[in-house]
Design a protein around this ligand. Structure first.
Ligand code: GLV
Ligand code: GLV
Length: 321
């Protein structure tokens, strides 16, 4: 008897056929998510769930699935949307997709950093609107990486890869906070510092940390006040690590220089958000891992996690609780 699973969105073909070959799959084949009510109805009686980072996996949802649910597999490296403790309590294994999206996400983080520091949004707009009158010695100047100090908050897989890729631009010093990373210290001479030192000495502050109770809202007024007035703040982790009202105030008052955000609160960001009218803020629609190959690999790994978990085999990437 093939296990019954729900796949909550349209996913790459390769992952879909893998799931369909081993499971009785209920597919929600749309880019738009089901409503919460539709979701709760669809999952009734399932053994496994393939979900995304925008699906809130909480006790109510687990109740709606019922007692057969054994595996929750999210197609994401972040799992702040999953109540992992509640899953553990119910003996539900949770799979995720670390590693394979590291390079794509680091790449996008750097694209965002450069778009922000080198003022690409303003430049593109100037070309498109005809505001580009002539070559001006002091026009659209930004912060360079050569000789800069870069502070990485969260030197995990992604943070470390970001630092490695930025190094050839001539970064003078890497500071980092969070968990210790011996490789980054050996290879990049990255200095493990307290967060206040990171804020006050960094020209670039890059958030690559997971959203946890410890990191929620950590980038707040107090943090922005400690940063340089010219600091470029970049966030490609989760919107929830930032107090967004405080960030808006800091950008408006010149407490910091600029911000690049691939993640916001909420997502999508309402089009009337002050962040969008600030010229020193670049906002992207949560596309860190969005390369064709990476998204396919994430979906396939999430499918493999799901199938292995349902068979009672070792899942390739399981969250340890
Ligand atoms: C993307 O944000 C992910 O967690 O994979
Ligand atoms: C976070 O998930 C990381 O891989 O750094």
């Amino acid at each position: 008897n093939a296990p019954k699973v729900f796949v909550s969105r349209r996913i790459p073909e390769k992952a879909k056929s893998l799931i369909a070959s081993q499971c009785n799959a209920i597919l929600w084949e749309k880019d738009e998510p089901p409503t919460r009510a539709e979701y709760l109805e669809k999952i009734s009686g399932i053994d496994g769930l393939f979900c995304l980072l925008t699906d809130k996996i909480d006790a109510q949802l687990l109740d709606a699935a019922g007692p057969n649910l054994r595996v929750v597999s999210t197609m994401s490296v972040g799992y702040d949307h999953v109540d992992v403790k509640e899953c553990a309590r119910r003996n539900i294994s949770v799979g995720y997709t670390p590693g394979i999206l590291t390079k794509a996400t680091a790449e996008l983080t750097i694209a965002l950093l450069l778009a922000t520091s080198r003022r690409l949004k303003e430049g593109i707009r100037a070309v498109e609107t005809g505001e580009w009158g002539t070559w001006k010695p002091m026009w659209l100047c930004g912060q360079g990486l050569d000789g800069a100090t870069v502070g990485v908050v969260g030197m995990g897989r992604i943070g470390y890869t970001v630092a490695q890729c930025l190094n050839p631009f001539g970064v003078a010093r890497f500071l980092y906070a969070g968990h210790r990373n011996a490789d980054a210290e050996a290879e990049l001479k990255a200095e493990f510092v307290d967060i206040d030192k990171l804020y006050s000495e960094s020209d670039f502050v890059v958030a690559c940390c997971a959203l946890t109770p410890e990191t929620a809202g950590m980038f707040n007024a107090d943090a922005f006040r400690k940063m340089k007035k010219t600091a470029v703040f970049v966030n490609s982790s989760r919107g929830g690590v930032v107090n967004q009202e405080d960030l808006i105030a800091a950008l408006e008052s010149g407490e910091i220089g600029a911000a690049g955000l691939d993640v916001t609160t909420p997502e999508p960001l309402p089009t009337d958000s002050p962040l969008l009218s600030l010229k020193n803020c670049v906002v992207l629609p949560h596309i860190g891992s969005a390369t064709h190959d990476t998204r396919e690999a994430m979906a396939v790994l999430a499918a493999e996690n799901l199938i292995a978990g349902l068979k009672g085999e070792k899942m390739p990437s399981k969250i340890d609780d």
